[in-house]
Design a protein around this ligand. Structure first.
Ligand code: PMV
Length: 338
């Protein structure tokens, strides 16, 4: 049965399918500095508030597609059964592009990040997929249109079409055609990010369920949405003026406000593990010692830390000492990309 989302794909995509060519694409994962948490339209993945992210350089998803005799999916070297949720979700999205045409595809995808651990693997996955689908049938869409289509795979994926800072404007239109991301033309070569990997297990509660439940039951939801909208403006100003302190303070406060809003849901939604709090305390302690570091967290236990490159040796020596046993990824978001 055709949905509103299907009708939007049909309206935005060319009618003609050129002969499919084998293509590959890479999309980076992204971390929101002001978060998307709540949908005003669940079917179209339309957000309540705007958000702003930073992409993770070479951490993301590589995807290759080619025409085949039957649909198949290989993920991280393994053939995925067609009954599995991953296969179903992937090909449900593919079908929106294919629109009933008999055009089977072999999709091969590799994540350079753990899947579904609050490290935005679905964001890079859907962004890489929509890029290869359009390139395969030789459709040259404006990136804003590609972002609208990618958003309907996974909200935060609409920001993963670019490197660097990306702004997703919530928009107001009921069909969501004004709800897409745009890159912010700034590079910030002395900005660094560390991901403290507390868990690589898939999260118990998907972000969609966590969001819908928070919107429906948290008394803090309305103030969260207006705070987040305001935080996006503050971050735009911090980026334009290269103000790291303002960037870090806003990002950390925004993440904690999002988690507070979830904790106030009934029953509570909690993505923290005991070690997440220990890492946050370590970050706060470093700040008390005068080291400029700030933390953010998404729908998972892992903690991401922002710091300027001049603090790198202090952060690198302080964190592992306090966090023995935890894996830490050191990321230069603006380094030369794959
Ligand atoms: O796009 P989703 O459904 O995976 O949700 C992303 C939610 C957060 O990562 C917590 C916030 C964000 O803006 O990326």
């Amino acid at each position: 049965m055709s949905s509103l989302a299907d009708a939007i794909f049909d309206r935005l995509l060319p009618k003609r399918f050129a002969t499919g060519v084998p293509v590959s694409a890479f999309a980076p994962s992204n971390i929101a500095l002001s978060k998307y948490w709540g949908k005003r339209d669940v079917a179209l993945n339309l957000p309540t508030n705007s958000s702003l992210s930073i992409s993770l350089g070479n951490y993301g998803t590589h995807t290759h597609i080619t025409a085949a005799h039957a649909d198949s999916l290989t993920f991280n070297g393994q053939t995925i059964a067609c009954e599995s949720a991953l296969f179903q979700r992937t090909f449900a999205f593919v079908e929106r592009f294919r629109r009933g045409q008999d055009l089977p595809l072999a999709i091969t995808t590799e994540n350079t990040i753990p899947t579904a651990a609050g490290l935005a693997s679905s964001a890079s996955g859907f962004a890489a997929l929509s890029q290869v689908l359009c390139a395969h049938w030789q459709w040259d869409l404006p990136l804003s249109t590609l972002s609208v289509l990618t958003r309907m795979g996974s909200g935060s994926a609409c920001r993963s079409l670019w490197h660097g800072f990306v702004h997703w404007q919530a928009g107001q239109a009921a069909d969501g055609l004004d709800s897409f991301a745009t890159p912010i033309a700034t590079d910030w070569h002395d900005l660094r990010l560390a991901v403290v990997v507390i868990s690589t297990a898939p999260k118990a509660l998907s972000s969609t369920h966590g969001m819908n439940h928070t919107v429906a039951s948290s008394p803090l939801y309305a103030p969260w949405a207006s705070t987040a909208e305001h935080d996006v403006q503050t971050l735009l100003h911090a980026i334009a003026t290269r103000n790291f302190t303002l960037l870090g303070q806003t990002a950390e406060a925004n993440a904690l406000a999002m988690h507070a809003t979830m904790l106030a849901a009934r029953p509570a939604v909690c993505y923290f593990a005991p070690q997440s709090l220990a890492v946050l305390q370590q970050v706060w302690q470093l700040r008390e010692q005068g080291v400029e570091v700030y933390a953010t967290m998404d729908a998972g236990a892992n903690v991401k830390i922002l710091y300027p490159v001049e603090a790198e040796s202090l952060v690198q020596s302080a964190l592992p000492a306090a966090l023995s046993g935890l894996d830490i990824w050191w990321i230069n978001p603006f380094a030369t990309i794959v």
